[in-house]
Design a protein around this ligand. Structure first.
Ligand code: SF4
Ligand code: SF4
Length: 471
């Protein structure tokens, strides 16, 4: 170890004397060290910037992504999902759950460490804190110092920036449910409806308190995923792990008995960088979000003291026990997650490629089932409920298949007009002579054929014509 590295390590020992395992009693001021996982965390966290810009995307003049609750539609660029297609949303949720379970089974809490909004927002908040108040030692000193003008100025500046992020987070969330430009105008002129203010207040409170103050405590106490993840991991799951055999007995880098010590120089930098205040050397713990920052820290230390990197590394319990690691494709649990994932993905693809432009349902009048008319014919009454899922009004002509010589009468004569994005109930009367009815119930098909628009649309729906039956 050269003189500079030695000085660095000695300074590290001075720095880390206050770093201890998190028991929730005080704010964690984690040190930031550069490294592969730190960079990865920046990149994955940056994906959340899309959250802030997506509401401004337009598609054919309208907001590209919009949960239009008043009209019960979800717009996603060219796609419009109606309540009738909501089953696809269930599949999307199953697919996301299986992705989460599968990734957790293979590589632990990847979601928590790199993607979760709670940890990402906390990372942004603490980055700002570091820029304003300084490194962990300076922050701790500032927290303990009496209130001076400087302290007020620094704290005020930090909280104003945190609040701005919280406000932007809240407005952005609301923007997924209404036109974003109108929403900004409504907020700025204080004309927004009550529900918009409630959403904004809830998000400001949640973001400011969870990311600014509670931080890792949200993962410890509020997040259900932290509780259930233990059932998804097994001995083959790779997670940031301390190589106990190589590291122990730990001890200072110099001094008596150094030759009998393991590679861990007990600098505690791995604890100091941990955003949840975990000492990974004590084994896998509930608080570990598998962010890998302790790996970066320890690798830096190992480089300085001239020892091989990887004292803390992504490894499975089996690997640490000297057993052979099963590849993920030979693990039944991964196959189970993958199979459900593929089934859900297949269902979503099918749904998206088979969404009909018009959703049709036929309700047969039950009271009475049929009416005998003065000319001796039998009449059945139906209500057609049709949803035009396109963006244009459509004109249709109705015909009946499956029964000959049936007379069709609409409550309103002429073509059936389905207005864009609306559900219209249409009353229809069918009449047939008893001689044409061979049995009590005759299977028939209502066929709607478009007579307007470039693309011809033809939809048919099965129903039944009910008569008195043969006596
Ligand atoms: S595991 Fe690495 S970072 Fe942690 S105390 Fe030991 S040497 Fe330091
Ligand atoms: S122990 Fe390591 S991997 Fe786990 S949360 Fe702390 S820094 Fe991240």
């Amino acid at each position: 170890m050269d003189a500079k590295a030695h000085k660095d390590i000695e300074e590290l020992y001075q720095d880390t004397v206050h770093w201890h395992v998190n028991t929730g009693g005080e704010t964690i001021h984690a040190k930031r060290v550069p490294g592969f996982f730190r960079t990865l965390k920046w990149y994955t966290g940056s994906l959340w910037l899309l959250y802030f810009i997506l509401p401004y995307f337009r598609w054919e003049g309208d907001q590209a992504i919009l949960f239009d609750i008043p009209h019960r539609q979800f717009h996603f660029f060219a796609l419009t999902i109606w309540p009738q297609d909501i089953w696809m949303l269930s599949l999307v949720l199953i697919l996301l759950a299986m992705t989460l379970f599968g990734v957790t089974a293979v590589a632990g809490r990847v979601w928590c460490g790199y993607f979760c909004f709670q940890t990402v927002w906390t990372d942004w908040f603490t980055w700002l804190e570091e820029k304003i108040e300084g490194n962990p030692i300076q922050r701790r000193k500032l927290d303990a110092a009496p209130w001076t003008l400087r302290k007020v100025r620094l704290k005020l500046f930090k909280h104003v920036l945190w609040m701005l992020i919280a406000v932007l987070t809240g407005i952005t969330f609301a923007a997924y449910f209404t036109d974003v430009y109108q929403l900004w105008a409504d907020y700025l002129t204080l004309q927004a409806p009550l529900v918009a203010w409630v959403v904004l207040a809830a998000f400001i409170f949640g973001t400011y308190v969870f990311a600014g103050f509670m931080r890792e405590q949200v993962c410890f106490w509020l997040c259900p995923y932290a509780r259930i993840q233990s059932v998804m991991v097994d001995k083959d799951t790779i997670m940031p792990t301390y190589d106990y055999k190589r590291g122990e007995p730990r001890g200072k880098v110099r001094g008596k008995g150094v030759s009998e010590r393991g590679d861990c120089i007990d600098c505690r930098l791995c604890v100091g960088v941990c955003p949840t205040g975990v000492d990974i050397r004590e084994g896998m713990q509930e608080g570990c979000i598998t962010c890998g920052l302790c790996i970066d820290a320890c690798n830096g230390v190992m480089e300085k003291v001239g020892r091989p990197k990887g004292l803390i590394r992504y490894a499975s319990r089996k690997e640490m026990a000297g057993e052979k690691l099963r590849p993920f494709f030979r693990r039944p649990r991964v196959w189970a997650y993958l199979s459900i994932f593929l089934l859900s993905a297949g269902g979503i693809v099918y749904g998206l490629t088979h969404i009909p432009p018009v959703e049709l349902s036929i309700v047969h009048e039950r009271q009475p089932l049929f009416t005998r008319m003065s000319d001796g014919s039998i009449q059945n009454k139906y209500t057609i409920k049709a949803v035009n899922k396109t963006s244009q009004n459509l004109h249709f002509r109705l015909s009946i298949r499956g029964m000959d010589h049936v007379r069709v009468r609409l409550e309103e004569a002429g073509d059936i007009v389905l207005h864009a994005g609306r559900t219209v109930p249409i009353r229809v009367f069918l009449q047939a002579m008893p001689a044409q009815l061979k049995k009590e119930k005759t299977k028939i098909y209502f066929v709607l054929e478009s007579v307007s628009g470039k693309d011809k649309i033809k939809i048919s729906k099965r129903s039944v014509f009910i008569g008195p039956g043969k006596r």
